[in-house]
Design a protein. Structure first.
Length: 497
């Protein structure tokens, strides 16, 4: 009799799941993973014959199951209750978007005579904040540190000490092209794992300092390095990185902007000249990447700073992006606020500055000193321009993934005096990034650029996730987690301010 009861229970559960998964409306968007889910593929006889149609149907069926986020959250809660986390021995680190190609700083390229020059002194950072804490390895090799409202998710770094040469060479090429008429600066932004990885988890990630030193060593004398590694290390006990997101915080961007202004020799105002604003209850990209419920249960304040006492007008040109995040066209320029206000608890709060990445941004300020800067950036770079309105007459923000114009003509037309490369280390490592910057030097004016589909994400860790969000790991990114956050724009329209 007991066997029949057991069989009946299993049959009822099976039928219930079959009913839900086969008849209930399919999910189209995952708020948890901050991405659009797979759609039913278009049928053609050719695609049926080569097997791609049935393969994509299978992907659609598994990716868009009803109540996807509910089931994923339930699974995370169960794992948390039983304190389950994958053991380190079962985790394989993936290098994500950091492919080592010839000429990018790999041993093959340095062996051919590309010996680095002596670099400026960048002091080693020693973790005195959470070095003794325990850590666990979550989904995609993400390192979870701390407990309660202090929990932090870290994206492991897989790059080597000889990497990022291509990024340096791109900066060198810009100096060669623009000469003495334009100042060129190169900034590599470290990610949180460099400062907050406990000793017990250091085997899960590589150090970023050797890579950053290698970039500086390969810069020509005319390119000015901007050392934000040392600057951020001095402020590591402050909230310079977000705990629940793979990005840094606006405060981290403030200290980086301050160091850039010092190197560039332009004025800079401290935070007393800014109004502090807060979006409460923010949970960023690392909840979806790590699939660890402790991140969702530890929301944080997204604190940003709006300048006072300076006038500025922001003009945007939006890019039309297809489902593969490729540029298919662009809209007409329009003016809108630089800062967007998101409601408390909104997962898109990182897009407070400029509302996201898929646009060209031009800010004209009331500062009059003849200096006009372009910031060549990934999503990390979004935190910098809002602190430069006291420093430059104009601030132009160009994302590595979407710019469609001839940058030589753009620099001449807008009388640009300064160009800053400002990318997180994962994106700086990627050949897609520095390849884009080199392409800007010769692409046709206003000609939409469509990259190969493989350039779709900032990181290769989550094949399904694309980001920046709002790239280690804009999929986990803008490094594989790779660095640029997901590229998804906020799903709800923010309020402007």
């Amino acid at each position: 009799m007991k066997h029949y009861i057991y069989i009946a229970i299993v049959a009822i559960v099976f039928l219930a799941f079959a009913l839900v998964f086969d008849t209930f409306p399919r999910s189209t968007v995952s708020e948890l993973e901050k991405r659009e889910l797979a759609t039913f593929p278009e049928f053609t006889w050719e695609r049926l014959a080569d097997g791609s149609f049935t393969s994509e149907v299978s992907t659609w069926f598994s990716d868009s199951e009803p109540y996807r986020d509910v089931f994923m959250t339930l699974s995370m809660q169960i794992k948390d209750l039983i304190a389950f986390a994958p053991a380190e021995d079962n985790i394989k680190f993936q290098a994500g978007d950091m492919e080592l190609e010839k000429g990018d700083g790999s041993p093959e390229s340095t062996a051919k005579g590309e010996e680095p020059k002596d670099s400026m002194t960048i002091d080693e950072y020693e973790n005195h904040i959470n070095a003794d804490e325990n850590a666990k390895i979550a989904n995609a090799g993400i390192i979870i540190v701390g407990k309660g409202d202090k929990v932090r998710a870290l994206m492991a770094y897989g790059g080597g000490p000889n990497g990022c040469v291509g990024y340096a060479q791109a900066a060198n090429k810009y100096k060669e092209v623009f000469g003495d008429k334009v100042n060129i600066y190169c900034m590599v932004i470290p990610t949180a794992v460099e400062f907050y990885c406990p000793d017990k988890a250091k085997s899960r990630t590589n150090r970023q300092l050797p890579t950053i030193r290698n970039v500086v060593a390969h810069l020509d004398s005319g390119v000015k390095p901007v050392d934000v590694y040392t600057t951020l290390g001095k402020h590591a006990n402050e909230d310079i990185y977000l705990r629940t997101d793979h990005h840094w915080s606006p405060l981290g961007g403030y200290y980086a902007a301050q160091e850039f202004a010092r190197v560039a020799g332009v004025p800079f105002k401290d935070l007393s000249h800014y109004e502090r604003r807060v979006t409460h209850g923010y949970v960023g990209s690392m909840y979806g990447y790590s699939k660890d419920i402790s991140i969702k249960n530890a929301p944080e304040d997204f604190v940003y700073y709006v300048p006072k006492g300076v006038e500025y007008t922001t003009t945007y040109t939006n890019y039309n992006i297809n489902k593969n995040y490729q540029v298919t066209g662009e809209g007409k320029p329009f003016t809108a606020p630089f800062f967007f206000k998101f409601k408390d608890g909104h997962g898109g709060a990182y897009c407070t500055m400029m509302g996201g990445d898929t646009k060209l941004t031009q800010v004209r300020t009331s500062t009059h000193n003849g200096r006009r800067v372009i910031i060549l950036k990934d999503s990390f770079g979004n935190m910098i321009p809002g602190y430069l309105f006291f420093s430059f007459e104009e601030v132009h923000v160009i994302d590595s993934r979407y710019f469609t114009k001839d940058i030589i003509a753009y620099v001449a037309e807008n009388k640009i005096t300064d160009i800053l490369f400002a990318n997180n280390i994962f994106k700086a490592y990627s050949s897609h990034t520095y390849g884009s910057y080199l392409r800007f030097l010769h692409q046709q004016w206003s000609r939409p650029v469509v990259e190969p589909a493989k350039a779709k994400g900032d990181s290769a860790v989550h094949k399904k996730q694309k980001s920046e969000t709002p790239e280690p790991t804009e999929k986990p990114a803008e490094p594989t987690p790779a660095a640029e956050a997901p590229k998804a724009e906020p799903t709800a329209t923010p309020q402007t301010e």
